[in-house]
Design a protein around this ligand. Sequence first.
Ligand code: GTP
Ligand code: MG
Length: 246
Amino acid sequence: MRNRELEQTLALIKPDALKNSLTGYVLSQLSEFHTGLIFAGTKVVHVTRMLAEVHYEEHRGKVFYPSLIDYITGCVHYPEEPHRQRVIAIVYQGPDAVKKVREVAGPTNPHAAREQKPGCVRSLGTIVTLKDGTGKEVGERMDNLIHASATDEEAEREIKLWFKPNEIPPFMRAYSTARSEELCYFRDDALLPNYEPDSVCVVAPGDVMWESDLEALRLIQQGRQAPCGLRDVVAKYLLNETTGNC
Ligand code: GTP
Ligand code: MG
């Protein structure tokens, strides 16, 4: 990132933090007073399974992956209360944004966090033992309260995954945008050129999009190899559109 002032990172206040009423504490720890960082975007999100799976793509296939998806979608902490299945997504901006939010978060594992960095947010997290149908221990889930992008590259991927450009004030957008001339809808894992029942409009002529998303959509529409999948682009357009995660 050439302009240090524009460095950005994505933080998520996860369902366990919301359940334990730690939102104010986390926001306070991440405030400009403590970190020097400012808000560039924020929203409340009902995390779809699609978004959860794309966000945690690197962990697909691992023992803890299904529980990680259930956790971030709110199915673990609010199985019977869909209206509470949500996270708060925040883009922070400023010099060393990635490093600073990671520092406030602390180590991934809450037990390690308590040992190595008492006082970090994740030192307030928990580890939950996972059992199979017979009661045998098969792994663990780390309920660690917040997410923080680990690198500049991860921050770019994640901010573009969770936020549309127009959810970030124009002078705070860190990545290139372009105005679309296309019209397309999404339903059942496919793009449609026209509206059909239950489809969602991904982009209309005149909409501002991340340039990389627009390019990926064009390649996908032409049946060519794109740098990311269709779900990576459309997931954010389905946020708060669909229900029924659990
Ligand atoms: P995030 O900020 O949530 O991305 O955490 P991280 O960057 O510190 O860790 P990473 O991206 O590797 O993992 C994402 C999430 O998967 C973590 O927050 C944990 O909840 C979970 N996780 C990662 N590694 C393990 C592991 O070895 N065991 C278990 N049970 N969960 C893990
Ligand atoms: Mg991570």
